[in-house]
Design a binder for this molecule. Structure first.
Ligand code: SAH
Ligand code: SF4
Ligand code: F3S
Length: 445
């Protein structure tokens, strides 16, 4: 290992899809600087831990990971802590973990080369600025993609300030990337082999911008423009906030062929009192109404969501209301979390924090219901022929794993096919988490 002049690096991402996207851009930038990616199992001279601050568990993980980087002889590689923990905890990281050489926030990672140069001279380097000139203007153009499904961050930051959430503090104010830059990046991704692009943003549906003729457009406009890129076959977007779910975006689900029938729309709680305390600024009724309108234009759409159980003051009744919203919404898939008090957020100091045993019990009940719905959704696919984009190798010999339009994983044995192929699959069985089937020979032939 050569900490004084690192040649091999590894970037490890821990967070949401935007964090993964940042990790990919850091990878591309370091390669552009003449460094090489360390292979699996190979020692790296520079390790970038691209962290997440959303819940306590995620944030603490970075410290155990830093500890694990120490070799038997006591040496460590050059260590950079990037991402949302870097933004939130800054200097504290170097105090708690003196082996860390670089701390860099999610809006400053384009300056990694300068920070590495500083760290090479043995000095600590810290950069948690949120500079006005965007990192996107200076990062190298997108390289050839290893996967057929690419991420594209179109919007960053959050102005919503839900009372439990760190994102407005770690990612800053809402910004939309310019139209032309996004069209160019999407084309570069498709030229590099991407068949599917997922548009990302902490509030992706808040994206707004002027198109090539100067007309103000929302996310639906951007999606319609991407729909015209030949070679691109699928478009997705995540995560949306109920308040930014415009009629135009809903209508796009009815008539944009490449827009996949899947909507991730977090509600967080089914109790209006809790939603108010969370500062969500929507109600369960307004949320369910949106689902109704989307299903009206796209009846087969898969609905996904996020839930927090055990928010301060959540009563049994409030929790029952959450179960009721789940029953009415009927999810194809969803994420649920125990409330985690985050330093600096208003909810962390609210009264009536909920005991861990109650949270555990509620989470189990909620997840049992969500799993049941997910399994039922998957079972509907059995006996049907479904398109799948093959994304990775499976565990078995000749097995490939793809995604259906509804974002279900589907396993097939097909030694003659390759990652990136778009195929039709006859679905034969459905588990709670995935489907299995065989290649539809009639269409394939
Ligand atoms: N911007 C998105 C999601 C951001 S974070 C949105 O508004 O939906 C992803 C999810 O993490 C959130 O939807 C929420 O369910 C969960 N989350 C955020 N802060 C949390 C906290 N303090 N404790 C537990 N879960 C949290
Ligand atoms: Fe966090 Fe709320 Fe913003 Fe989502 S909308 S990122 S949950 S503050
Ligand atoms: Fe985590 Fe930051 Fe994403 S806190 S969820 S990596 S925006």
């Amino acid at each position: 290992m050569n900490k004084a002049d690192p040649k091999k690096f590894r970037v490890k991402s821990f967070g949401c899809q935007m964090n993964v996207y940042d990790g990919e851009r850091m990878n591309e930038m370091l390669v552009d600087q003449g460094m090489t990616r360390a292979d699996e199992g190979e020692d790296a001279d520079l390790v970038v831990l691209n962290t997440c601050h959303i819940r306590e568990k995620a944030a603490e993980k970075v410290y155990s990971d830093i500890g694990r980087l120490r070799k038997k002889d006591g040496s460590t590689p050059m260590i950079a802590v990037a991402g949302c923990v870097a933004q939130a905890e800054g200097k504290e990281i170097s105090r708690r973990a003196p082996t860390v050489d670089i701390v860099v926030g999610p809006q400053a990672y384009h300056r990694l080369p300068e920070l590495i140069a500083r760290a090479k001279t043995g000095r600590k380097a810290l950069d948690t600025d949120m500079p006005a000139n965007s990192k996107f203007d200076v990062l190298p153009v997108r390289q050839k993609q290893a996967r057929p499904n690419a991420f594209l961050t179109v919007q960053e930051g959050c102005d919503k300030f839900c009372t439990y959430c760190v994102v407005p503090y770690t990612r800053g104010a809402e910004i939309s990337r310019p139209w032309a830059d996004l069209i160019d990046e999407a084309k570069a991704l498709v030229d590099g082999g991407a068949k599917e692009i997922t548009l990302l943003g902490q509030n992706v549906n808040a994206w707004r911008g002027a198109d090539q003729s100067g007309k103000d457009r929302g996310l639906d406009g951007l999606i319609r423009a991407l729909d015209r890129i030949s070679g691109l076959e699928r478009i997705r977007y995540t995560t949306s906030h109920p308040n930014d779910m415009t009629q135009e975006l809903i209508e796009a689900h009815g008539d944009v062929a490449k827009l996949m029938p899947y909507l991730h729309l977090p509600v967080q709680s089914g109790s209006n009192a809790i939603l108010k305390a969370m500062n969500r600024s929507h109600t369960t009724e307004s949320y369910l109404k949106i689902l109704q309108r989307v299903r009206h234009v796209r009846p087969d759409i898969a609905i996904s969501g996020d839930f927090i159980v055990g928010f301060p003051g959540e009563s049994d009744r409030d929790f029952e209301d959450t179960l009721e919203v789940v029953r009415q919404a009927n999810y194809s898939q969803a994420y649920s979390f125990k409330y985690s008090p985050r330093p600096g957020t208003p909810a962390a100091t609210m009264e009536d924090q909920i005991a861990p045993e109650i949270m555990n019990e509620r989470l189990q009940r909620l997840q049992a219901l969500l799993n049941e719905q997910q399994h039922a959704f998957n079972r509907q696919a059995v006996g049907r022929t479904t398109q799948a984009l093959l994304e990775r190798k499976g565990k078995l010999d000749g097995q490939l794993v793809g995604k259906t339009p509804w974002l279900q994983s589907v396993h097939i044995i097909a030694p003659d096919l390759a990652i990136g192929d778009m195929v039709d699959v006859d679905i034969e069985s459905a588990g709670p988490n995935s489907l299995a089937g065989r290649l539809n020979e009639r269409i394939a032939a």
